[in-house]
Design a protein around this ligand. Structure first.
Ligand code: HEC
Length: 143
């Protein structure tokens, strides 16, 4: 249930790419997303989501270690995004990502799934969603 909730936004975004449309990409930002922000968020969200069934202690350790690394990656990438700033609320969303990820790091260190879920679906998700709604280039349909 939780997994479905937090992956919905990413899936919706990915689906858009499959349609034959012309979009002008910001390649550096796209790379930050594809190689840093998105995998970092998925790893962090896995901390707050329900654990997979029959998860062993070793698997749980690994999942939380990845969630922690994910939260740290989101801080680094959030700051990188500010180096690619744009007019408007860009920096506000990037800062929201950094702040959420700082709190997320603490939650992952404490292995507090409730808190991780709250932060993942709160500040972190709102940063992704807010920035995407404002800045993702709207596709221009071919005539
Ligand atoms: C400060 C703004 C900002 C924030 C915050 C942000 N994004 Fe993005 N994201 C963008 C922009 C702009 C693009 C489109 C880049 C392009 O292709 O030109 C994008 C594209 C993407 C893509 C598509 C990458 C590709 O390969 O085409 C994914 C996936 C993505 N974001 C995931 C996330 C997730 C998950 C979060 C939150 C954890 C997030 N983003 C937070 C601005 C942001």
């Amino acid at each position: 249930m939780r997994i479905r909730l937090l992956l919905a936004a990413v899936a919706a975004l990915a689906a858009g790419g499959a349609v034959a449309q012309v979009v002008t990409h910001d390649f550096p930002v796209q790379a930050i997303m594809a190689t840093g922000v998105n995998p970092g968020a998925l790893a962090f969200w896995a901390g707050g989501n329900d654990p997979p069934e029959d998860e062993t202690k070793a698997q749980a350790d690994l999942r939380w270690a990845e969630a922690l690394k994910g939260a740290q990656t989101l801080q680094v990438k959030g700051r990188e995004l500010m180096a690619h700033s744009r007019p408007g609320r860009w920096n506000e969303f990037a800062q929201m990502l950094v702040d959420g990820a700082v709190e997320g790091e603490a939650a992952a260190k404490a292995r507090n799934a409730e808190k991780a879920f709250e932060i993942g679906g709160g500040a972190i998700y709102n940063a992704c969603n807010g920035c995407h709604k404002t800045y993702i280039p709207s596709p221009t349909r071919l005539p």
